[in-house]
Write a new protein. Structure first.
Length: 328
């Protein structure tokens, strides 16, 4: 560190601030120090730094299934946000949401010396008897706001309301819903909001069809809906299921959007290139991730646990898969 300081013409304290990614360093000074580090092959001693600061600048992340688009995008965005903040991320993906699996994941991550743990869509926390290990800061992504841990999520209810209201405003008498899995927080919030929006509008509330987030489950739901007379608008809880619905409707001879309007949720990169392009709700995973990492760092640096719930506003993206209902 002394060699770096001498080469860069700064103090050892300034080198320490740069090595620890502190913000109170002028940009030109930071560049000079980083250049000196590269020239000298300097690498901060993380073990020594942890002894001084009490922090490892590492986060643990537990994801309960990466097959879901939302979970995968959240994990990716959190990893990138953590890296920008100067933290590494150690991830464990577990499919079985059991108390034992959660505690094992916590044990493995804490043995790797992490400063805090992010949980992505942990329905297991609904279990009243489950208590997370104390002493490790926790932030939840897409969790239940009633829990004591800070939580950040897209405003799922607002997104479902936007798309349901859009279809009603086009003139559809009601909107059918293909929901996600019943044990998913996001799916439940979207379904509850769809139901409430129809009730507020005085529209009839059809029975819910459940899928598993896959295009295949949307296809089966779409086949069932195509056999029902009077179905003119369908809101699928994610874009993959909406794709399946569109395929089933097309096979049944229903034109989209002339005969049936279809809308999704998530705004996959491919959704703008479907035939027709899909109306959907865009989630800003990067903003969600930035807030998760910010909440985590607040906890780590203050050594306190704050109860908070933050919701990121989604955006309705209107494309050509929705239109006014066909004339009677």
């Amino acid at each position: 560190m002394a060699d770096v300081a001498a080469l860069a013409g700064v103090s050892s304290q300034t080198v320490s601030r740069v090595a620890n990614n502190r913000s109170n360093v002028e940009e030109e000074t930071r560049r000079r120090v980083l250049s000196a580090m590269r020239m000298l092959g300097y690498r901060p001693n993380t073990a020594a730094r942890a002894l001084v600061t009490g922090h490892f600048r590492a986060l643990g992340l537990i994801s309960f299934g990466l097959s879901s688009f939302g979970n995968a995008r959240t994990v990716d965005a959190v990893t990138r946000a953590a890296q920008r903040a100067g933290y590494t991320v150690n991830m464990i993906a577990i499919e079985s949401q059991t108390e034992r699996a959660v505690h094992e994941a916590f044990d493995r991550l804490t043995m790797q010396a992490v400063d805090g743990i992010v949980l992505v869509e942990a329905q297991i926390l609904d279990t009243p008897a489950l208590r997370l290990p104390a002493g490790v800061p926790v932030v939840m992504a897409d969790g239940d706001a009633s829990h004591r841990h800070p939580m950040v999520d897209t405003d799922q209810a607002r997104g479902a309301r936007l798309v349901t209201r859009h279809l009603l405003d086009l003139g559809h008498e009601t909107v059918w819903h293909v929901a996600g899995p019943e044990d998913s927080y996001a799916a439940r919030r979207r379904t509850e909001s769809w139901h409430a929006t129809l009730k507020e509008a005085g529209a009839s509330v059809p029975g819910v069809l459940f899928g598993d987030w896959s295009a295949a489950s949307g296809y089966e739901a779409g086949r069932a809906l195509a056999r029902r007379p009077g179905v003119t608008a369908v809101f699928a809880a994610n874009d993959q299921m909406a794709l399946g619905v569109m395929r089933a409707m097309a096979e049944a001879g229903c034109r989209i959007p002339q005969d049936v309007s279809v809308a999704g949720f998530d705004d996959l990169d491919e959704s703008a290139y479907l035939t027709p392009p899909l109306t959907t709700v865009r989630q800003n995973f990067d903003v969600v991730a930035e807030r998760i990492v910010s909440l985590m760092i607040d906890q780590i640096e203050s050594r306190g646990e704050r109860s908070a719930a933050a919701y990121v506003v989604p955006e309705l993206i209107v494309r050509q898969s929705t239109a006014a209902p066909p004339p009677r």
